[in-house]
Ligand binder design. Sequence first.
Ligand SMILES: [Ca+2]
Ligand SMILES: [Ca+2]
Length: 226
Amino acid sequence: MGVSQGVYELPAEIPLLEGENKNLILSAGVKKNGISESIIDYPLYDALFDTISVNENFYKNYDTISIKYLQAASLKFNENFEIGNNFFEDLDGNTETNVLPIINQNVFEGNKSGYIQLNSQTNAKIEVAGTAFNLTKGKKHFLELNYKCNIPFKIGLVGNNEFNQVIKTPILTINKKTDYNKIYIQLNSISDNLISNYYKIFILAEKPSDVQIGEIFLDNVKVLEM
Ligand SMILES: [Ca+2]
Ligand SMILES: [Ca+2]
């Protein structure tokens, strides 16, 4: 292993010590669980590799760095709301509260995003789950999503225990955000202690009484395994 040259917010100029044939690795960091103090190398992204010789006049510009998913990463769940919607399991028993695909200026990517609206006493709370997927023990797992919302919501996984009882594990409360944000949530607290042969993402939100219309927009909800 080499020496870390630090973590930079792009665009950045990165000073390097002189030397011949140095191996340069640029890897993408993400804010784990959306917390900026906790930047990690995202294990599911491929890195950029280069060999450089650094002298006093050395300057190299990497104009476009495209960071792709590693080929070994597999998509366990993917909902972009373009065709249908996998978040249809009604856990709250109230048919008034749903995730609906929308087509308007609030779409994040493609033609559609998912939308939750909580707007009265009778539909102040939603609890909904997506379709099931399986996780492989010993692998790394991340949940990613793009979202914006004017009320906080909880996201987690639901599965079964050995007695076939439904176990819900909330993982993170996502706070309100005016503009679209992307969040990366590590799932290994669950997948390292795998008990269920299936999992579903669940979303739980409750409209605070001082908010007239609670809104949550979702897109590109993914679970990745590597
Ligand atoms: Ca979309
Ligand atoms: Ca409902």
